[in-house]
Design a protein around this ligand. Structure first.
Ligand code: PHE
Length: 342
């Protein structure tokens, strides 16, 4: 007959090494089931001489109870493990610090545009927008540039559709919005027209093929060049501060007569002269002039009754000047280190 104490020892080890409830069930069948050594031993007890049976039977019963105790204990442990695992999986740590989505910010060009609008709205202008895809008529012809006019060479154009009767292109400046506004509404007009423009330019430190302009148009009775110069000076001092001034230099545009380029004090050297302004102390911002009578004729406004001025300048260039950005191409590069610091 088997030795009960060595049996209990090996059984205890077997049970302790079982790591799952299913496994424990199998062990239980093996140890206490019909085909177990214990059941076989009980049969042997029946074959013992009568006086020995009770003691042998009691020993066997004690072994059985001990095994049952070990099994119950291990089952409780495994059940507790399982419960803890479930709780751990479901656990929500309310003390955990979650870094939420960072707040974005407006692009520098958009912010510059917003500030410009504020300045002009403060001066009594309204803000108007026009389409970025234009016909040849709005972008050139109505602005006193008939087909094949050499002045068209001043704007390197991206065409979407070539040919008659209406060639379609990406606008090269915001000036076509002047035409749309004059058509939609008669004078008096005091408006600025900001927006995106396109030119077939090779990108460099001061040019990007997709850029932004703000156009200005004033039409009223008795508007003269003095109002134009005064408006530009008022705008530059309120945008750049009292140390910046503007000046006008004679120039040529087909849609204004007389025409001028306007320049501001170089913000980098405060007008003393530096590399950025080619040692002149001035930086060119855009063009302007008195609205040409040919333009009035294209939209049916009487040039004997009304006069006006127009201007247009680059928003990106303005932002570049004010924030001292060496290379304009960084505006389009999506470099978050640049975008975040602004
Ligand atoms: N449209 C011109 C340009 O893009 C600028 C301009 C606007 C000049 C209005 C005169 C009057 O170069």
């Amino acid at each position: 007959m088997m030795d009960p104490s060595s049996l209990v020892e090996s059984v205890a080890q077997l049970i302790a090494e079982t790591t799952s409830l299913d496994g424990l069930h199998d062990v239980q069948v093996e140890l206490l089931g019909k085909r177990s050594a214990l059941v076989a031993a009980r049969r042997e007890v029946g074959e013992l001489p009568g006086p020995e049976r009770p003691a042998a039977g009691q020993r066997l019963q004690a072994v059985r109870e001990e095994i049952e105790g070990l099994l119950a204990q291990r089952r409780a442990e495994l059940e507790e493990d399982q419960r803890r695992g479930r709780l751990g999986g479901d656990r929500l740590d309310l003390t955990e610090v979650v870094t939420g989505a960072r707040r974005g910010r407006l692009h520098l060009v958009q912010r510059t545009r917003d500030e410009l609008e504020d300045v002009f709205v403060g001066m009594g202008f309204v803000v108007v927008e026009g389409p970025e895809v234009e016909t040849d008529w709005y972008n050139f012809e109505a602005l006193n540039m008939p087909p094949a006019h050499p002045a068209r060479g001043m704007w390197d154009t991206l065409y979407l559709e070539l040919g008659e009767p209406e060639t379609v292109l990406l606008r090269t400046h915001t000036s076509p919005v002047q035409i749309r506004l004059m058509q939609a509404q008669g004078p008096p007009i005091y408006a600025v027209m900001p927006g995106r423009c396109y030119r077939r330019d090779t990108p460099d430190a001061r040019h990007i093929p997709v850029f932004h302009q703000v156009e200005g148009l004033v039409i009223d009775h008795g508007i003269s060049f003095a109002e134009l110069a005064g408006t530009i000076e008022t705008f530059t001092t309120s945008y750049f501060g009292p140390h910046t001034h503007s000046r006008l230099r004679p120039s040529y545009f087909p849609f204004t007569e007389p025409s001028a380029e306007f320049e501001v004090t170089c913000s980098i050297c405060k007008g003393k002269g530096c590399r950025t302004c080619s040692h002149t102390g001035w930086v060119e911002l855009g063009g302007c002039g008195m609205v040409d009578p040919e333009v009035f004729a294209a939209v049916g406004i009487d040039p004997e009754e009304w006069t006006g001025f127009a201007f247009g300048f680059g928003i990106d260039r303005l932002a570049q000047m004010r924030h001292v950005i060496a290379d304009m191409r960084i505006l389009l590069e999506n470099d978050v280190r640049f975008l975040r610091q602004l």
